[in-house]
Write a protein that binds this ligand. Structure first.
Ligand code: AMP
Ligand code: GLY
Length: 423
């Protein structure tokens, strides 16, 4: 079967890498893809914003499954656009994608269905948000823009003044555009974060191996939030016992709640959790594979990913089993200088072959492209996700940082403490 992956990040490279190992997959196209996909897949330059054109292209190229990477495609209605085409598309339709597309919807769903999450209030009016903050006693709060902000619309505020400032930035200054027309203000949760990715066809839920992201830009979780500076899998803090609780109190009720509200969720449900003293609570839902969590998680997956994705779309997930390698995997993101703020693109990269030749290491490309001469240059904020396996997290960390040492480009920056929390 021919596949089309839509997107250009490290997650999409990882999906192409894993799917290319399936004997059932004939050819993979990635639109637009990146330099890492070259050799595994054909990168195609089509206007992915034009969904009608995309459906036609897909039909002409005999595509048997479409796999969109990013939430933006789901929120743009990519699944809905293919509805009458007979071509299966992995993931939720527009109405179910609201789980990620609107924090207010997600929080409301959790409140209506008793799914554990931080206490919150939401506002569509700046003055009302300010009055609420005036009425609160001093202390930390988290301010979130309602809509999609590429992981950057959340501000953890240590005091009320910081919260007022964040609300002003979102609602008045429109720092995140229309995504900030509505804000959610919530209680700060304390504990360790973990990510659970789970496949679901709306009936069966198949959790993947646990992982942990590193959202802050700098070591020791300092600096602004980014799309993710590194990840590891498994997350040792997520014991079998806690995992059972996550399934019972969070994953199952979420899938049920979506069914009950007639927004049947099919695809990859991403639960970002805080393991608090009062049990696991949901920080956020996403409706697609996490980036960079997907990179270490797929390195550990033994089962055929194509079978899993296809069964999810076809409502046959109950027939599938998941098998994992015992090794741990760690992904270190190499970013452009300045990211998550402004950065310069087009810097030539060296050392990729040497890093990629290392045993049990894959350099997943993200914001990177290749020119006609075969030279890879930087093309985004997060440029590579250097991902290595090892018998345990400590060894995987060591292997990944050794490979990181091979690669260089002007302004290259990375966190030096990925995986440290697990040690
Ligand atoms: P989100 O996009 O909602 O996951 O938020 C991004 C990051 O902000 C999370 O990964 C957490 O590190 C942090 N965060 C979000 N909500 C809270 C909360 N209620 N308490 C503490 N930290 C939070
Ligand atoms: N790594 C966080 C995300 O994919 O949203």
């Amino acid at each position: 079967m021919n596949l089309l992956i839509v997107g250009s990040g490290g997650r999409e490279h990882a999906l192409a890498w894993k799917l290319s190992q399936s004997p059932k997959v004939a050819k993979i196209f990635v639109a637009p893809g990146n330099s890492g996909c070259v050799g595994l897949a054909e990168c195609v330059d089509i206007d992915i914003g034009n969904l009608r054109l995309l459906v036609r292209w897909t039909r002409e190229h005999d595509i048997g499954l479409v796999i969109p990477g990013s939430e933006t495609y789901y929120m743009a209605g990519i699944v809905d656009a293919f509805k009458d085409s007979g071509i299966p598309v992995f993931g939720p339709d527009r109405s179910a994608a609201e789980l990620e597309g609107s924090k207010s919807f997600a929080k409301g769903l959790m409140r209506r269905h008793g799914i554990p999450t931080a206490d919150f209030a939401e506002f569509e009016q700046f003055e009302a948000a300010m009055r609420y903050l005036d009425s609160r006693s001093e202390g930390p709060l988290v301010v979130k823009a309602d809509g999609l902000c590429a992981g950057k619309g959340v501000v953890v505020c240590q005091n009320l003044d910081a919260a007022r400032h964040a609300v002003g930035q979102m609602m008045r200054e429109r720092a995140f555009g229309e995504a900030g027309a509505k804000v959610v203000v919530e209680e700060l949760l304390r504990g360790q974060e973990v990510t659970i990715l789970a496949l679901t066809d709306g009936k069966t839920i198949a959790p993947l191996a646990s992982s942990q992201d590193h959202k802050a830009a700098f070591d020791n979780d300092e600096g602004p939030n980014t799309g993710g500076m590194g990840a590891y899998s498994p997350a040792p803090i997520l014991t079998d016992e806690v995992m059972d609780e996550v399934v019972e109190r969070i994953l199952v009720p979420t899938v049920h709640a979506m069914n009950e509200e007639r927004r049947r969720f099919r695809g990859l449900l991403y639960a970002g959790l805080m393991l608090t003293g009062g049990g696991p609570k949901v920080l956020e839902y996403n409706v697609r594979f996490g980036d960079p969590e997907t990179q270490p998680v797929l390195m550990r997956l033994k089962s055929d990913l194509f079978d899993l994705l296809y069964a999810t779309v076809k409502g046959k997930l109950a027939d599938q089993t998941l098998e994992w390698r015992d090794e741990a995997a760690v992904c270190v993101v190499l970013a452009s200088g300045g990211y998550p703020g402004a950065y310069v693109k087009g810097k030539p990269v060296s050392g990729l072959e040497r890093a990629a030749a290392r045993k049990d290491t894959v350099v997943f490309h993200a914001g990177a492209k290749m020119n006609r001469q075969g030279q890879v240059t930087t093309d985004g904020g997060r440029v590579f996700g250097v991902t290595s396996l090892g018998p345990d997290i400590a060894s995987a960390v060591k292997n990944a940082y050794q490979a990181v040492g091979d690669i260089s480009f002007e302004g290259m920056r990375f966190r030096s403490d990925i995986g440290k929390k697990a040690l």
